[in-house]
Write a protein that binds this ligand. Structure first.
Ligand SMILES: Cc1cn([C@H]2C[C@H](O)[C@@H](COP(=O)(O)OP(=O)(O)O[C@H]3O[C@H](C)C(=O)[C@H](O)[C@H]3O)O2)c(=O)[nH]c1=O
Length: 185
């Protein structure tokens, strides 16, 4: 596996080793020992799986507040998504800044989204399946969101008219959001 750096020290892009042959391919999508050897030492406690039927489905921007904040290890097993992380750690020199990544069944790349980052994605094709591990259980009471189209973030989403859940139409902008993450350098 290869760990690729991103504009945020804590956000990692992972390229797993893929073994192809005449039948297809095999890969270890997660291996505690090799991930730990590469500095990804989280203990994941829940696996999530979402399916989006159309291109232009946008889920986000989401996070769970401390003490139920989640680190996420995201991958795509069908289709392709534009996956976005936003730094929401108060005091961070990159607070409010974002980066987008294309994750797809074809590139098999995985993204480590640390606590303190809001997360969202937009599907690029129909019938996308996203699988991700989290290191804290779902807690509806701590579930929060930020407006996908917050003008202060100016995220360059692949569409300006996404398919959204009702919930995702109602999030506050970052300046008004309920956040409790502190940058620790
Ligand atoms: C996240 C979650 C949801 N649910 C239930 C709650 C709702 O009844 C239903 C759909 O939830 P939601 O609309 O929040 O799902 P997404 O819009 O895909 O949210 C996710 O999308 C973005 C990209 C994320 O990073 C988060 O993991 C997560 O917020 O599943 C659960 O039962 N457990 C869970 O862990």
């Amino acid at each position: 596996m290869k760990i690729l750096e991103t504009r945020f020290a804590e956000v990692k892009l992972i390229e797993p080793a893929v073994f192809g042959d005449h039948r297809g391919f095999f890969m270890e999508s997660y291996n505690e020992q090799s991930f730990r050897a590469n500095g990804i030492t989280h203990t994941f406690v829940q696996d999530n799986h979402s399916f989006s039927a159309e291109a232009g489905v946008l889920r986000g921007l989401h996070y769970q507040l401390n003490p139920k904040a989640q680190t996420k290890l995201v991958r795509v097993t069908a289709g392709a998504i534009y996956d976005v992380v936003v730094d929401i750690r108060k005091g961070s020199p990159t607070f409010g800044e974002w980066q987008g990544f294309i994750l797809s069944a074809a590139n098999k790349r995985q993204l480590l989204v640390p606590q303190g980052f809001a997360h969202g994605f937009c599907t690029l094709v129909p019938n996308c399946e996203v699988q991700y591990k989290v290191d804290a259980l779902y807690s509806p009471e701590h579930d929060r969101g930020i407006a996908w189209n917050d003008p202060a973030l100016a995220i360059d989403w692949p569409t300006s008219s996404p398919v959204l859940s009702d919930k995702d139409t109602k999030h506050p902008v970052l300046a008004e959001a309920d956040i409790n993450f502190i940058y620790e350098g």
